[in-house]
Write a protein that binds this ligand. Structure first.
Ligand code: AMP
Ligand code: ZN
Length: 113
């Protein structure tokens, strides 16, 4: 989708700090990091968000989480990190291409705000 920010990042049209890429997923540094590690992992397929995802998307969603877990392992933040999907504007979703936030490298409060 050429009006989607993250599709344009995946295609390279908009620059990003790439962290990881494979056939189905792309990971990059969040432009406004909320922790020492704040990486976004997205499926290359445009999915608007979790509530729009379908059964056929379940493997992609799983792959995004496993990519996040691998990045966390590589960065030695496995003592505590969080994977987060903001779903809908009231939860803070601002980009409507499904993305997993990988946040870590500092203590994390519970519950989140
Ligand atoms: P959300 O608010 O859950 O939809 O998350 C969107 C995230 O995308 C926010 O954490 C933003 O800081 C991040 N973001 C927005 N534009 C860019 C960009 N051009 N490159 C990297 N991250 C971005
Ligand atoms: Zn998109």
């Amino acid at each position: 989708m050429n009006d989607c920010l993250f599709c344009r990042i995946i295609s390279g049209e908009i620059p990003s700090k790439k962290v990881y890429e494979d056939e189905h997923t792309y990971a990059f540094e969040d432009i406004n990091p909320q922790a020492p590690t704040h990486v976004l992992v997205v499926p290359k397929k445009h999915i608007r968000g979790l509530k729009e995802a379908r059964g056929e998307d379940s493997e992609l969603i799983g792959l995004c989480h496993l990519a996040a877990a691998n990045i966390a392992r590589q960065r030695s933040i496995e003592d505590g990190y969080r994977t987060v999907l903001n779903v809908g504007p009231r939860a803070g979703q601002s980009v409507f291409h499904l993305h997993v936030h990988l946040i870590g490298g500092r203590g994390l409060q519970w519950p989140p705000g």
